[in-house]
Design a binder for this molecule. Structure first.
Ligand SMILES: Cc1cc2nc3c(=O)[nH]c(=O)nc-3n(C[C@H](O)[C@H](O)[C@H](O)COP(=O)(O)OP(=O)(O)OC[C@H]3O[C@@H](n4cnc5c(N)ncnc54)[C@H](O)[C@@H]3O)c2cc1C
Length: 417
């Protein structure tokens, strides 16, 4: 079924009786050409592009819970292409271009809103770093404008420009950055993949990975064994656990990241804004809630909720930057499980086991990567060779130290995150 304004109009006249389920609910078959473990954004996008761009339609996505119930439905929805380092820069640029055509391609409203993102800076040194980042973005073909203090004031008059401790010197403005409705992205890809014949199987947890003579042959699940020619592990915060089923030990630590939303307010914040002197960022959802977050809780955990010290830290940073938000009431907070790599950059690669592929390590930034990641992972799984924009996301960079992309300046050690 194609969605359109006309369809909404005619369904209104017919009492909304013509809508169909958005995807089927199939029983798992005995085997598939490709099995994707994980029905988050990355897994669903991979299945979609396998079917759409490579004609591989005998595909199942196995999800232990419900589609979009993981981090893809828990993030703060920011989409941007403002990465600095070669490797990440071209990948996120590719991903943003896919975002820009996504609603038309999927025939689904993912509410992609390019409202502009402003990273604030608060010292001369930080200005230099952001100027370099902006130049890297422009060299990559993306957009960046360095704003001075008055330029920021024009766009964000509600910030506290007078506070003495962290004065605002300016900001790096990325007009094509913005937000998208997170779970709609999962639903859009699910609908697109299903329409191309992919089986989306929910309530199906993978409990084992079957390997014979160095080659993957299938998976054990809570709904029985499923044979597979190729298997992709795309389970975000659970990557270490699932890879361990195939005897692998990954350079991943799972950490909690929290986020918060206030009650709905009239439009007040019409950009995405990030504070340069504390980990705090904010945008306003189309429903009116102020959506904001900060840094990791800084301990390894599989709990999808965080602790009070980080709540206090985030609120403090928010109040420092824009005291007006103190009047808003926080409605909810939640956490998600982040798959942190030592260098802050992802892994999209083959493994030492034939037919077994790995997509993980998105840290706290994998939502914006969903289209790009699905697109390049499908390429890798279909062709056996990396997509040119993802060629540096090798797993072995953590073994030999060659080609680390140290985006966060944290080095190759986990404890520096
Ligand atoms: C609070 C918060 C804020 C964030 N903000 C942003 C942001 O603003 N911008 C941004 O770019 N990124 C952001 N992120 C990061 C982003 O959400 C993640 O990097 C990304 O969603 C991870 O990929 P995914 O969507 O495939 O993960 P998920 O949605 O977690 O998908 C993985 C799926 O695998 C399933 N699974 C796990 N184990 C098994 C198994 N054994 N068998 C079957 N299925 C299994 C899980 O149930 C889950 O549904 C944020 C994350 C959080 C938590």
């Amino acid at each position: 079924m194609r969605y359109s304004g006309w369809r909404v109009f005619t369904e209104g006249l017919r009492g909304q009786r013509g809508w169909q389920p958005v995807w089927r609910d199939p029983e798992p078959k005995g085997g598939y050409e490709v099995v994707i473990i994980g029905g988050g954004g990355h897994g669903l996008a991979t299945a979609y592009y396998l079917a759409r761009e490579h004609g591989i339609r005998n595909v199942a996505v196995l999800e232990k819970g419900y589609l979009g119930g993981g981090n893809v439905g828990r993030n703060t929805t920011i989409v941007r292409a403002n990465y600095f380092l070669p490797g990440n820069s071209e990948f996120y640029s590719h991903s943003l271009k896919l975002w820009e055509g996504l609603e038309g391609e999927l025939n689904y409203n993912v509410m992609h809103s390019q409202r502009g993102l402003i990273n604030l800076f608060h010292s001369d040194g930080q200005r230099d770093a952001f100027a370099r980042r902006g130049n890297a973005m422009i060299n990559q073909g993306d957009d960046a404008i360095l704003l001075d203090r008055e330029g920021v004031r024009e766009k964000l008059p509600y910030l506290d420009f007078d506070q003495g401790r962290f004065p605002i010197y300016g900001g790096l403005y990325h007009p094509r950055g913005g937000t998208a409705r997170h779970d709609a992205v999962a639903w859009g890809y699910a609908r697109g993949a299903d329409a191309l014949g992919v089986d989306l199987i929910q309530n199906c947890e993978v409990t084992g990975i079957e390997v014979k003579d160095g080659r993957v042959t299938g998976v054990e699940t809570t709904r029985g064994r499923i044979g597979a020619g190729k298997v992709g592990i795309v389970v975000a915060g659970r990557s270490s656990q699932v890879a361990a089923m195939a005897g692998m030990r990954l350079p991943i630590e799972s950490h909690v990241l929290q986020a918060f939303v206030t009650e709905g307010l009239k439009p007040v914040i019409d950009h995405v804004v990030s504070f340069g002197m504390g980990h705090f960022y904010i945008s306003q959802s189309d429903k009116g809630g102020l959506v904001f977050g900060g840094d990791l809780d800084f301990y390894a955990s599989y709990a999808a909720r965080g602790n009070l010290p980080m709540v206090e830290h985030v609120m403090e940073a928010g109040m420092t930057l824009m005291p007006m938000i103190g009047k808003a009431r926080v409605l909810r907070s939640w956490g998600g499980i982040m798959d942190m790599t030592p260098d802050g950059s992802p892994i999209i690669d083959r493994t030492g086991i034939d037919g077994l592929f790995l997509n993980c390590g998105w840290c706290y930034g994998g939502f914006k990567a969903v289209p790009g990641s699905g697109n390049v992972f499908a390429h890798l799984m279909a062709k056996g060779a990396p997509h040119p924009v993802a060629a540096r996301y090798r797993l072995d960079r953590f073994r030999d130290g060659v080609g680390l992309m140290d985006e966060e300046g944290t080095g190759a050690q986990h404890n520096l995150h």
